[in-house]
Design a protein around this ligand. Structure first.
Ligand code: MSP
Length: 641
């Protein structure tokens, strides 16, 4: 192992356990995992944190619908998330759940600190609220009058709440974004600066309309609203504020890896909170792009998510990880298609890497009894191969410093493709026919073995299982994977090679495409949506209680003599008979209404409609186009509650 180069703390967003995770979440976690493994291999003392963001109205509502407590609900989903990370061999050092005691008590301590400092105060919040997203929006942020995140309707809402004095930190935030490389990609920086320059409102950090959250320590009617609860996970998991050991060791964090939609929270709200707490700021917030489907964004409610588990079952963890890291450019959106994935798996993994290993292992078995021979000759082709192979590690490292996973892998594949070309140039099968060329043949086989040894080190952070398989076949099972060894040639000495199964079987793309499509169709029943209705303002129970609903029997119905749209009904309720006029002549004939038992608002103040008195109102279900009659079999005159 290399000398320790210092600490490296990396985090993913903490995911909402509202439902199972899809390939988009997997993408972020796979990148963080590859980086954590890379840093460990290159000599850093790494801490890799992930977790789940478990509070809020949405979770509470889902749990209620399922008839379980929110805690029971999240426990179930979180167990599934942990299983997924286990299956994918995600090497996190800590998994924080915001419902854990350690987090709850530390968030409360943080709240108190900010409150005592005067950065938290009580006020009243009024805004347009999107329940599924748990977000208040301003009028100007709405898109077509709906939530800009999910496109669903918003409702006016007002509540007493605690606020964080975000506005106090405007100048410091501008300075941070203008004068440091705290936020990347750079394009995001200008967007955020523009946002701050419009003026920052103080941030509402509590709610009293639901209770699934961490209680505000000074006022138990309120729970702490999601962003103060969520963002602080990055420090509460390190023990802040009461247990300084890990915090002092790993803070400030090296990288918060986040999707582009939450860059704003991480580059404005989060640093302001840390400024308030007077603790150092993150070294970097890195926003990555989204994985899209051809039809647009992946969404559980649209039923178009790609399930990573199914792909892993079929193609293996390493193939999926490789594809995600190789195909997409960090910071940009990318489209996920089965075809692109299958092609990558076939061309890069089965053809390039798989073939290099199987050809090399079989030739060493066939031409040298399975023992890696020594190299005693060298020509320009050998020198070229060697130079490319030993030079790759530094190039990979340079790409990883930029989070350019795809380019890091490309550097490795340059070596792999060069080695395949080397086989074609050297034609070992021809050298083998001539005793006089034995030394040249030995060099060729030796060099190929060396390249595979180097490749097994280079790919280790991205695909460690494949690396292990290569090392096993090349007789290197006994040696540790050491990054610096990828910069050396001539490290192999008479290892015993044993050809194994193909590490990546060739796929029949047409057949796979058809089967995947079938599979994805079968598993893509859209989830039932739960979009709150757009309603008139809430009324008090007492208001409702003023209305007297009764069952009424329509004894007689006729057209209004002066209005085409109105019908005039004679309605019996108990022993009382009265006239009610309704605007339903376009939907019903008088004949079909006679004999129906309907629900009547019986204590509505009488009024005249085109000259005829109407005493009460009949209830109809209506969708703005057509009315449906609401009937009952209860005796007329009976109260409806
Ligand atoms: N709980 C908040 C984050 C709080 S962090 C203090 C949250 N959770 S989430 O479950 O919605 O996860 C969001 C993250 O998942 C994104 O930021 C991104 O990293 C990842 N992705 C979710 N869908 C994605 C895609 N379709 N494509 C790529 N990444 C995606 O927001």
């Amino acid at each position: 192992m290399a000398d320790k180069k210092g600490t490296y703390y990396i985090t993913t967003p903490i995911y909402y356990p509202s439902s199972n995770l899809h390939i988009g979440h997997t993408y972020c976690t796979v990148m963080a995992d590859a980086m954590a493994r890379f840093k460990r291999l290159t000599g850093y003392d790494v801490r890799f944190l992930t977790g789940t963001d478990e509070h809020g109205q949405k979770i509470q509502t889902i749990a209620e619908e399922k008839g379980v407590s929110p805690q029971e609900y999240v426990d179930g989903v979180v167990a599934g998330i942990k299983d997924l990370w286990k299956t994918m061999e995600i090497s996190y050092d800590d998994f924080i759940r915001t419902t854990e005691d350690r987090h709850v008590k530390r968030v409360q301590a943080i709240f108190n600190k900010m409150y005592e400092k005067g950065d938290i105060y009580k006020g009243e919040y009024e805004g347009l609220y999107c329940t599924p997203c748990e977000s208040f929006w301003t009028e100007s942020q709405l898109v077509d009058g709906c939530c800009p995140d999910c496109g669903r309707p918003v409702q006016k809402a007002k509540e007493e709440a605690y606020f964080f004095r975000l506005s106090r930190y405007e100048d410091q935030l501008i300075d941070l974004l203008e004068n440091t490389d705290f936020l990347e990609p750079e394009s995001r920086r200008n967007e955020m600066l523009g946002f701050i320059r419009q003026g920052l409102d103080d941030l509402c950090i509590s709610r009293s309309t639901f209770d699934w959250g961490i209680p505000v320590p000074i006022d138990e009617k309120h729970v702490i609203y999601v962003w103060l609860d969520a963002l602080t996970n990055y420090i509460t998991a390190l023990g802040y504020p009461d247990d300084p050991e890990l915090f002092e060791k790993y803070w400030p964090v090296d990288v918060h890896l986040v999707g582009k939609e939450i860059v704003r929270f991480h580059s404005i709200i989060w640093p302001a909170m840390l400024m308030s707490l007077e603790i150092p700021l993150p070294k970097k917030v890195l926003g990555h792009g989204w994985l899209l489907l051809e039809g647009g964004k992946m969404s559980k409610s649209k039923g178009n998510v790609v399930d990573p588990v199914k792909l892993i079952d079929r193609y293996g963890i390493d193939a999926l990880k490789y594809f995600l890291l190789r195909e997409y450019t960090f910071g940009q959106d990318g489209v996920f298609t089965n075809e692109v994935m299958l092609k990558r798996m076939n061309y890069d993994l089965a053809n390039d890497l798989g073939n290099l290993l199987s050809r090399t292992a079989s030739m060493i078995e066939k031409y040298n009894g399975g023992i890696v021979p020594d190299a005693t000759t060298e020509d320009d082709i050998d020198r070229d191969l060697k130079a490319i192979a030993v030079g790759a590690a530094n190039k990979v490292e340079a790409q990883m410093d930029k989070f350019a996973f795809n380019m890091a892998l490309e550097e490795i594949w340059i070596v792999i493709r060069r080695a395949n070309k080397y086989i074609d140039e050297k034609c070992p099968w021809i050298l083998a026919r001539d005793e006089a060329k034995k030394a040249e043949l030995d060099t060729c086989l030796h060099n190929l073995a060396e390249v595979l040894r180097i490749v097994s080190i280079l790919i280790y952070p991205f695909m460690h299982t494949t690396s292990d398989k290569i090392r096993k076949q090349m007789g290197l099972w006994y040696a540790d994977v050491v990054w610096e060894d990828a910069m050396e040639f001539e490290m192999m000495y008479q290892e015993q090679v044993k050809k194994g199964e193909a590490i990546f079987p060739r796929l029949d793309i047409e057949k796979e495409l058809a089967e995947l499509e079938e599979m994805q169709k079968a598993g893509s029943e859209p989830e039932e949506e739960n979009i709150p209705l757009e309603l008139k303002p809430e009324i008090e129970y007492d208001d409702f209680d003023k209305i007297d609903f009764r069952v009424g029997l329509i004894e007689k119905a006729e057209k209004h003599p002066k209005a085409d749209k109105l019908l005039v009904f004679q309605v019996k309720m108990g022993t009382e008979r009265r006239q009610i006029v309704s605007g339903v002549a376009e939907d019903f004939t008088p004949e079909e209404m006679v004999g129906q038992k309907v629900i009547v608002v019986a204590n509505l103040k009488p009024r005249k409609l085109r000259g005829l008195e109407s005493k009460g109102m009949l209830l109809f279900a209506e969708n703005g186009k057509r009315c449906e009659i609401v009937t009952t079999t209860a005796p007329d005159g009976e109260a409806v509650n």
